[in-house]
Design a binder for this molecule. Structure first.
Ligand code: SAM
Length: 309
């Protein structure tokens, strides 16, 4: 009984937050598939006279971006695409998958206003925070999408995404949870389908076991590694930091990174998983003795050290 009462306000606050920041949340992202760069272009910044034919004065009331998006939702997909044919568009679309509370896309969006940043997270509270931060910062080139990682092919068309950021993805170290990892083979095939030519997946993690598992999956899915660093902060000192990077670096983590791009030619067929699925199999022999233990593996390491003794 007590538990029920205690939970009500929490849910209420979440609903209220999602409502309040709804203009920065896209709840039917599949309807934008193939036209994110055009549909999210912030016409609100342009003078009404600059608006494309068919939108200026007629279909959209001044009110900018949210108003335009509502109009697009009303119009059919073809009509909307036609209407926007002559409109400007974002230079490219990038996805922050598992965006958390949004610090990374907020900073990224401010630095590159001609790029659209789509923050995707499966956790509604994270989406509420990301949307809040987008709106409070007055950002027009970022949007929050509540979705799971395996939904990307339904949200983006082939070739639509220039970059997928995977910042500190949840490691799910156990074998039976391996399919949930955003770096699992199945996901890598899906990412291949939506990446533009020359597009990249950029992983940043504190976890050497997750990184090494990822390298096996990249190879199986036919990707080419274009950048590998054991100290990404030093390699790209000016890149924005995510919440987890700040938090884990303060605890002693080093940021490991892998950038990969689909290899030339079509995706490999009939691929069989040959890699070990438990992250325990990627641990160093000394079990990180005297060093930083990756997030999410502390208990595993304690147990293994006890067993060794
Ligand atoms: C460790 S946090 C990292 C958050 C942020 N990227 C950062 O670096 O601060 C992992 C995030 O991924 C999200 N997540 C985990 N599995 C996911 C999945 N299958 N699809 C979408 N989001 C997922 C979680 O909700 C969480 O917000």
């Amino acid at each position: 009984m007590h538990g029920m009462h205690a939970r009500l306000p929490v849910n209420f606050v979440l609903e209220e937050r999602l409502e309040r920041y709804a203009d920065a949340i896209e709840i039917s992202p599949t309807s934008y598939r193939g036209r994110w760069a055009e549909a999210c272009w912030p016409l609100g910044d342009a003078a009404p006279g600059d608006w494309p034919d068919g939108i200026a004065g007629s279909t959209v009331e001044p009110g900018g971006w949210p108003a335009l998006r509502k109009t697009l939702a009303r119009l059919g997909e073809d009509e909307a695409a036609q209407t926007l044919h002559h409109a400007a568009a974002f230079r490219e679309v990038r996805v922050d998958l598992g965006c958390g509370k949004g610090a990374f896309i907020i900073e990224s969006a401010q630095r590159e206003p001609d790029v659209l940043f789509v923050g995707v997270d499966a956790e509604p509270l994270c989406i509420a925070y990301t949307a809040q931060h987008i709106m409070e910062a007055g950002i027009r080139n970022a949007v929050a999408v509540p979705a799971a990682g395996n939904a990307l092919p339904r949200i983006f068309a082939p070739g639509e995404v220039a970059c997928i950021y995977l910042n500190f993805p949840t490691p799910y170290p156990r074998k039976r949870e391996a399919a949930k990892r955003l770096v699992a083979l199945e996901r890598l095939f899906e990412y291949r389908d939506i990446l533009a030519t020359g597009g990249t997946i950029r992983l940043r993690t504190d976890s050497q076991p997750l990184r090494d598992f990822y390298l096996t999956q990249l190879k199986l899915a036919g990707y080419r590694v274009v950048h590998l660093s054991e100290d990404e902060r030093a390699a790209h000192p000016d890149d924005p930091a995510s919440e987890y990077e700040l938090r884990l670096v303060a605890q002693g983590a080093q940021v490991l990174s892998v950038w990969a791009t689909p290899g030339p030619g079509p995706a490999p067929e009939h691929v069989v998983q040959t890699a070990s699925l438990s992250l325990v199999d990627y641990l160093p022999d000394d079990l990180f003795a005297g060093r930083y233990v990756p997030h999410g593996m502390q208990q595993t390491i304690v147990n293994l050290r006890n067993r060794k003794r």
